[in-house]
Design a protein. Structure first.
Length: 265
């Protein structure tokens, strides 16, 4: 057989091999849906000139929540790009933010439909301050008043302060606190994908550590009133995200973790 007649046959064989090999080894090399999904919260991050960077978490929680804040702090501190530390709270249960750090709070915020609430203030695309709130109105109910539920929501709301979104919002458990699991037994801590996502978000360094500029009136968004959060920009069932834009690159994002209405009837 001539070389010219062999060439088309060889090309066909090579194409077949290329198509077969990925599917043959997909079970051992291809990432799962959750592992391949980016759950960065818009790519927003804290400005810093070196890693690991340090974020202080203000302790404004009551004794019922202290151990969960300690656990969340230890979990996120395990990231190779992030150091966290718990410091005296600079706020109250209303959770007014403090420039340059995160404030963590709990209170009976009312039957408003949300179990947890996280907010980040942005200046020029960088996070300048953040808050995380746990709503004791629902955590006083049997459906949510469990160690697993408290650990899940605390870990998740604090994770939002660093720029992470949810891995999944279907109610399935992916073994991470950044999911929306209806059963939080296996969703109390970050998983490897969360740490990998943080490494990706903070893979580049910035020219400065941030000015933490907050425009006048921007802290009004720390209200528990949805009308103060700006525009609803996305919703997926119980999850809602609001944006209040002050112009010139200054804005506030609010991430709402909604209760499951079937569990609080």
């Amino acid at each position: 057989m001539s070389i010219k007649r062999l060439i088309p046959i060889v090309v066909v064989l090579l194409v077949a091999i290329v198509m077969i090999v990925p599917s043959t080894f997909a079970g051992t090399t291809a990432p799962t849906t959750s592992q391949s999904h980016s759950h960065s919260w818009g790519g927003y991050h804290w400005a810093r000139t070196s890693n690991p960077f340090h974020v202080k978490l203000g302790d404004n929680v009551t004794s019922a929540w202290d151990s969960y804040l300690v656990s969340a702090n230890a979990d996120w501190n395990s990231s190779n790009v992030l150091n966290t530390s718990i410091v005296a709270g600079g706020s109250t249960s209303r959770c007014k933010p403090t420039a340059g750090r995160g404030e963590v709070c709990n209170s009976k915020y009312g039957s408003n439909g949300w179990l947890g609430l996280a907010q980040i203030w942005l200046s020029g695309g960088h996070i300048s301050q953040g808050t995380a709130k746990m709503n004791d109105t629902y955590f006083a109910m049997a459906a949510y008043n469990t160690p697993a539920e408290r650990a899940h929501v605390m870990c998740q709301e604090v994770g939002h302060i660093f720029g992470l979104g949810h891995q999944d919002e279907s109610g399935a458990s992916l073994g991470t606190c950044m999911d929306y699991a209806d059963d939080s037994t296996n969703s109390q801590h970050p998983n490897a994908h969360d740490y990998n996502m943080l490494s990706s978000i903070y893979s580049h360094l910035d020219s400065s550590n941030g000015s933490f500029f907050v425009p006048a009136g921007a802290n009004a968004a720390a209200s528990n009133n949805a009308a103060d959060w700006g525009t609803l920009v996305s919703t997926n069932g119980r999850d809602k995200t609001y944006l209040r834009d002050y112009g010139n690159g200054n804005m506030v994002y609010t991430f709402v973790y909604g209760v499951n209405p079937e569990r609080v009837k």
